[in-house]
Design a protein around this ligand. Structure first.
Ligand code: CDP
Length: 208
């Protein structure tokens, strides 16, 4: 079973994807990390984030087996990833890897912005996970604090809103809910409740 989970920044899609994958015993790919890692590699080489050639080179040379670098989780890298991810050649280069990941026997869980619309349009189940910008900002602020990056609420909220606008407004694979995706609004749900609701949807889909 291939499960595609999309949604805006800090909506809880990553946590949900991880929990579903672990529950179902399937591999999980956080596709945001791919864009974050391309951004890191460009920044490390002092190359411009939106230069299509430099960005395509960085995407082609990406070490997809090393996505556990804690630097990828920073606020700055989220912003840089959103700039790099608007470059068509980067998306094109990362597409093949994501599709191969999804095609593993037994399926996989992938989360990102365009999984249900572009990467896996034939996914068995698509979830679109969202929450109000204010709630997402509170969650992201908490997450950053836990990883030793204290930040103020207003800055995080502005970041999230800017990133949403960029991700939704780009011509290439913009963030949007696929027509056949199930909407999961987690504004009033904690991680456990969101997981329970998603599981009900998955189990119903497994029965048909
Ligand atoms: O964790 P958070 O939702 O803040 O971000 P992320 O999923 O790590 O993604 C970082 C950035 O990468 C996003 O703002 C998008 O611009 C980009 N991205 C994308 O364009 N397509 C994906 N499938 C995943 C991420």
């Amino acid at each position: 079973m291939v499960i595609a989970i999309d949604g805006p920044a800090a909506s809880g899609k990553g946590t949900l994807a991880r929990r579903l994958a672990s529950h179902l015993g399937r591999p999980h790919l956080d596709t945001g990390l791919l864009y974050r890692a391309v951004a890191r590699d460009l920044l490390d080489r002092n190359e411009p984030l939106s230069d299509p050639e430099a960005a395509a080179r960085a995407a082609a040379a990406l070490d997809t087996a090393a996505l556990d670098d804690p630097r990828l989780r920073s606020r700055e890298m989220g912003e840089a990833a959103s700039i790099v991810s608007a470059v068509a050649s980067v998306r094109e280069t990362l597409l093949a890897f994501q599709r191969r990941f999804a095609a593993q026997p037994g399926g996989a869980v992938l989360d990102g912005r365009d999984i249900g619309t572009v990467v896996c349009p034939e996914a068995d189940l698509k979830l679109y996970v969202t929450a109000s910008p204010e709630e997402r900002a509170r969650r992201r602020q908490r997450e950053l604090a836990q990883s030793g990056q204290p930040s103020d609420y207003e800055t995080v909220l502005t970041d999230i809103q800017r990133r949403d606008a960029r991700d939704q407004g780009r011509p290439n694979a913009p963030l949007r809910q696929a027509d056949d995706a199930v909407l999961l609004d987690t504004t009033e749900l904690d991680a456990e409740a969101a997981f329970r609701q998603a599981l009900v949807i998955v189990e119903a889909r497994l029965r048909v």
